[in-house]
Design a binder for this molecule. Sequence first.
Ligand code: KMH
Ligand code: ZN
Length: 273
Amino acid sequence: MDKLIITAAISGAEVTKEHNPAIPYTVEEIAREAKSAYDAGASIIHLHVRNDDGTPTQDRARFEACINAIREVAPDVIIQPSTGGAVGMTDLERLQPTEIEGTEMATLDCGTLNFGGDEIFINTENTIKNFGRIMIERGIKPEIEVFDKGMIDYAIRFEKQGFIKKPMHFDFVLGVQMSASARDLAFMVDSIPEGSTWTVSGIGRHEFPMAAIGIAMGGHVRVGFEDNVYLDRGVLAKSNGELVERVVRLAKELGREVATPAEARKILNLEEK
Ligand code: KMH
Ligand code: ZN
């Protein structure tokens, strides 16, 4: 089994300080949360950025400021900007962080889905192909975001058409559209091409149960405020670091070593930058 790659989704686009006062908005807060996750054992920071008032933005300059601040406190961590941004953003807005020199990874959302209430997160076939092509051109490894099984089938089809390169890396997000169960996770893992890598993100109360199952199955794990703001039922996490610490403890109990950023780069076949 490979060592365990822990991704920390430190900020997200939807959660606010009303949900948890530790949600980072400013550049300094983003750096603080990235450091707490990195110090605890995360090797990837999945990054959304905000304006100081907390509204989500995909502004290139804001991403650059946050990435530079993260580099100061976690020099070797892998930074994975979101190209999903927030519901309603245009493709051009969403693609801005992929223009930044040195970007190693970025998310590639492989389908359209319900995102709560009346919200629809739109990813048309042309959007996905265009994002995939741009990531290949820029040497960026996509983390393929999978919210239900059809999105794996899209990714496989688009790989055959040359819009995504092998080996593919998937993130199974369980608890948004698809339910969070061991059965569903096993079905996803069984459905990806051989040689692929995968991580699991359990949303809300599913975060740690899915992490434990992912660790035991030999996958990788994502936690963080984007997905869940609680450490325990009714107890807010004080930092992303607290969430990562728990995954590190689970891994230890299950006999799985945690990967450094350098080891994660090898496991994921990232291009040298
Ligand atoms: N905020 C969601 C609309 C991603 O980072 O690529 C999209 C999202 C997925 O969070
Ligand atoms: Zn995200």
